[in-house]
Ligand binder design. Structure first.
Ligand code: NAP
Ligand code: MG
Length: 502
């Protein structure tokens, strides 16, 4: 907490901000082609903090055209990788210099707790950008084992114009997960942030331009998914789309691609992630701390949230007592107050959706052992329902709020079966002192990330993405993220005797 300011100080910063709210295309701020705007509210106060441009299909066409020209011209795509590295590291410096402004902007735009924005999101953005920047002048291409009559080079080339369509739950961090490997690889981009949370993306695009990313390389086109998102997904001159959001919208991008130019599509989607606690788990206090972080971090508005606690009967009571105690220490309230661990949910619509699950849990007769209430506007207290069956809607559907369902099992095998009984497969955690059970569980749970004796998403060096309906086509983070922003080209050079003698 030492680096954190006071709530009053954060409020003063918030009051001093006049966020840029137009789209940023070809190095210039632009209104929508028809001048339309969308009001952006601070979810915590209901106050309108900006009017973003409600861009049109024409705006997307214009941005894609600029992105294409920049790509073809080679001002970014064909410069030495170490030059791109230098510019991206400069961008990291600028983000660092503006970290306070960005953290406060993120908090008032999304309702996220300022402590997370300051301590997690902004540092992770810098880390992600610098990691991919540092990587890009250290990756080698290959030659294939084709004998002495030819040389076959297998080279990676930037995929071209990348569309990125982003969610509202980690606005600036998801932006960083997409732009870092794509820009490092040499792609040009057209980014659509979620309409609720576009402000930090616009600011980062402006800072990137200041750092030296050429005009047209990183464009942010604001507006609604049904207009701007669809126009990007369906565009004949976008080579690849990277999307994070719901499975339902992700599915649309596969249709857009199939019905347009067969662009590459990479989807990071929802989850209903299991936290398995076996009865030999050690240090239940620490386990409880992790279970609480898994369920309630970012108000549960997290695709990798551990929203199903699958616990073996023998230790259930001891564990739940500690989980309730830890969760009770997680305060909910004003996102700009650094004491608070939970801020406001993203908007009234989503708040109503989460509240409907609270009602469902009560009506279905599950044992409410914590929370179950909303306060002032868009806050929902950490909520735990016990004695939930895995077939209940509470345990099946992605709630995307601070709601934990507890499912009791009697054996290791039952725990694994229940963990896998879901259409999702993004992340899972297992807590046990038995190394064989831990490794066997890690092998058996069908999820893109399995953490043992902790909750987490690994770090920037590890790939992140989903099995089953949690993902498609690739991974964010790590060296593997570069695969989706590059294409393989084979260059075959004939060295046969005919070629040499002739
Ligand atoms: P969403 O619809 O998947 O939104 C994600 C992005 O897709 C936004 O930028 C959105 O634009 C855009 N979009 C929406 N409809 C589109 C369309 N027809 N064509 C192209 N793009 C489109 O998510 P949401 O509606 O904000 O949230 C709904 C639920 O999705 C949540 O309750 C949660 O369960 C889940 N969700 C998951 C994640 C995740 O990280 N896995 C993130 C966010 C939400 P606009 O919203 O600006 O119109
Ligand atoms: Mg907002």
């Amino acid at each position: 907490m030492s680096d954190l300011l006071t709530c009053q100080e954060y409020k003063a910063v918030a009051a001093s901000l006049t966020p840029a709210s137009m789209s940023f295309i070809d190095g210039v701020f632009r209104p929508a082609s028809d001048g339309a705007t969308i009001a952006v509210t601070n979810p915590a106060t209901g106050e309108v903090i900006a009017q973003i441009a409600a861009c049109t299909k024409d705006d997307v066409d214009f941005a894609v055209q600029k992105a294409r020209s920049a790509f073809e011209e080679g001002c970014w795509s064909r410069i030495h990788p170490s030059e791109r590295k230098k510019v991206l590291l400069k961008l990291c410096d600028l983000i660092e210099k503006n970290a306070l402004e960005l953290a406060v902007l993120e908090s008032i735009d999304s309702g996220k707790p300022i402590r997370d924005c300051v301590e997690i999101d902004i540092p992770e953005v810098i880390h992600t950008l610098s990691w991919h920047a540092e990587l890009i002048d250290k990756v080698y291409d290959q030659t294939a084992p084709v004998g002495t009559d030819a040389i076959a080079m297998v080279v990676r080339e930037p995929v071209g114009v990348v569309g990125a369509v982003l969610p509202w739950n980690f606005p600036i961090l998801m932006l960083a997960w997409k732009i870092s490997p794509a820009l490092a690889a040499g792609c040009s981009m057209v980014v659509k942030p979620a309409a609720q949370t576009s402000l930090t993306a616009i600011r980062v695009a402006e800072l990137a331009f200041e750092a030296g990313v050429p005009a047209g390389v990183l464009n942010v086109v604001t507006g609604s998914g049904s207009v701007v998102g669809e126009a990007i997904g369906s565009h004949m001159d976008v080579d690849m789309v990277a999307f994070t959001g719901s499975t339902a919208t992700g599915r649309r991008f596969l249709h857009y691609s199939a019905d347009s130019n067969i662009k590459e599509v990479v989807l990071e989607l929802g989850g209903k992630n299991p936290c398995i606690v076996l009865d030999d788990a050690e240090n239940l206090d620490q386990v409880a701390e992790q279970v609480v972080a898994a369920a309630f971090w970012n108000m549960g508005e997290n695709c990798s949230a551990g929203s199903r606690l699958i616990v073996q009967a023998g230790i259930k009571d001891q564990l739940l007592e500690r989980v309730v105690a830890h969760a009770s220490g997680w305060k909910t309230g004003d996102p700009l107050d650094p004491q608070n661990h939970l801020g406001a949910l993203i908007d009234k619509g989503h708040f109503s959706k989460v509240c409907s699950y609270l009602e469902m849990g009560k009506e279905d007769g599950h044992d409410l052992i914590l929370g179950g209430e909303s306060v002032d506007g868009t806050y929902v207290l950490p909520t735990i329902f016990d004695n939930v069956k895995n077939s209940d809607r509470l345990a099946k559907e992605e709630i995307f709020g601070p709601v934990l369902s507890v499912i009791t099992v009697n054996s290791y095998s039952e725990a694994i079966a229940v963990a896998n009984d879901t259409e999702y497969g993004l992340a899972a955690s297992v807590f046990t002192a038995n190394a064989k059970k831990a490794l066997r569980a890690a092998q058996s749970v069908r999820a893109g990330t399995v953490t043992v004796n902790c909750f987490g998403e690994g770090d920037v060096s590890t790939p992140f993405g989903g099995y089953k309906q949690s993902g498609f086509g690739g991974r964010d983070k790590s060296v593997h993220a570069h695969d989706q922003y590059t294409q393989l080209k084979t260059i075959w050079i004939d060295l046969s005797d005919d070629a040499v003698d002739g």
